[in-house]
Design a binder for this molecule. Structure first.
Ligand code: CAA
Ligand code: NAD
Length: 305
């Protein structure tokens, strides 16, 4: 194994910095809700960006999502029209994994499933240049179990972005026992270059935000099942009483009920604490195809665009 063992997750200072790989070309795996946002912010930051989907249809849908988001930024005066065009010029959608071979960093944002992610990283490891950094945007899997599927665990970190990616400032930079100081340093600098705020944290399922947020969201569903109040009443209570931008049900629909269900199962499996257990209603809604905003129906109904 090439990786060095770490004495601590949080050294006071980073170790000696070598030549420091400059990240110029980024690959993003998955052009769904998160992958499209991550690809957009990378391209907006001036980086050549490849985004990979599993089929042309899904790629078209994802690229359209990016175009609408850029149009929205231009319409709102947050981005000059020519910068919007230049951003799109730096973005290439691909279906072929081989296209990512000379990327300096690959960020994975595919479905929250350990086998799918490990399988993808094994293939990617054979294709992408050895010095490249691999990162996962997983919400709840530990990064270590993904890193050890590759021959470069020292070049592997978590980069956990938040939804909607163009708006949310935070990126959790997850260091494992095997991540090298250089990789954490490069990943942190990359996040800063995107204009985001990095927070380095340890490799514990859910990291910082989801460790605290997921039990809250699941508890809201349980309270609703118990008849505490309507979805609207509970959302309004949290918005008006706590100043949250969205109530828990609006946020659940926004994140995706399928993704929330996968996350809850993974965190429950990891911690064996009932606060992480998916409530029966969540499972039923996913089984019924009510996945939230993305499917047009969740706790609320959405107009199809
Ligand atoms: N893409 C790009 N920009 C978007 C956007 C999107 N999908 N949605 C909203 N925006 C922008 C708007 O353009 C607008 O910008 P300006 O203020 O500069 O005009 C701004 O965000 C506010 O949007 P709106 O006025 O349309 O709507 P809003 O005030 O209700 O804000 C929101 C929308 C930013 C999504 C806000 O409701 C919010 O912050 N919600 C909470 C989001 C949150 O908690 N995210 C974390 C989810 S958990 C997670 O991501 C981790 C995980 O692993 C599951
Ligand atoms: P999503 O279902 O919207 O998108 C996932 C996409 O990945 C799909 O379009 C799918 O076709 C594609 N895909 C599947 N296998 C692939 C492969 N091998 N190569 C390329 N593409 C592939 O899901 P999402 O909400 O974007 O979540 C993606 C990841 O980000 C998950 O790990 C999730 O936990 C995490 N995440 C989600 C949120 C959120 O709010 N939804 C926030 C932070 C992190």
């Amino acid at each position: 194994m090439r990786g060095k063992c770490r004495e601590s997750y949080f050294p006071e200072t980073f170790g000696p910095i070598g030549d420091g790989m400059k990240i110029k070309k980024v690959g993003v795996l998955g052009c769904g809700l998160m992958g499209s946002g991550i690809a957009e912010v990378c391209a907006r930051a001036g980086l050549e960006t490849l985004v990979r989907e599993v089929s042309e249809d899904l790629l078209d849908r994802g690229m359209n999502r990016i175009r609408s988001s850029i149009d929205r930024a231009v319409t709102k005066g947050k981005l000059e029209a020519h910068d919007g065009e230049a951003t799109l010029g730096r973005l290439t959608g691909v279906v072929d994994l081989e296209a990512l071979e000379d990327c300096d960093l690959v960020i994975e944002a595919i479905v929250e499933n350990v086998e799918e992610k490990r399988k993808t990283f094994v293939s990617l490891d054979r294709i992408v240049q050895d010095k490249a950094i691999f990162a996962s945007n997983t919400s709840s899997l530990t990064i270590t179990q993904l890193a050890v599927a590759t021959a470069r665990p020292e070049n592997f970190v978590g980069l956990h972005f938040f939804n909607p990616v163009p708006v949310m400032k935070l990126v959790e930079v997850v260091r494992t026992l095997l991540s090298s100081d250089q990789t954490v340093q490069d990943a942190t600098q990359f996040v800063e270059e995107l204009g985001k705020a990095p927070v380095v944290c340890g490799d514990k399922s859910g990291f910082i935000v989801n460790r605290l947020l997921v039990p809250y969201l699941l508890d809201a569903i349980r309270a609703y099942e118990e008849g505490l109040g309507t979805v609207e009443a509970m959302d309004n209570a949290m918005k008006l009483g706590c100043g949250y931008p969205m109530g828990p049900f609006r946020l659940l629909d926004f994140v995706g009920l399928d993704t929330t269900y996968f996350i809850a199962n993974i965190m429950f499996e990891e911690y064996r604490e009932k606060r992480f257990a998916p409530p029966p209603l969540l499972k039923q809604m996913v089984t019924a195809g009510r996945l939230g905003k993305k499917s047009g129906q969740g706790f609320y109904t959405y107009e199809k665009k």
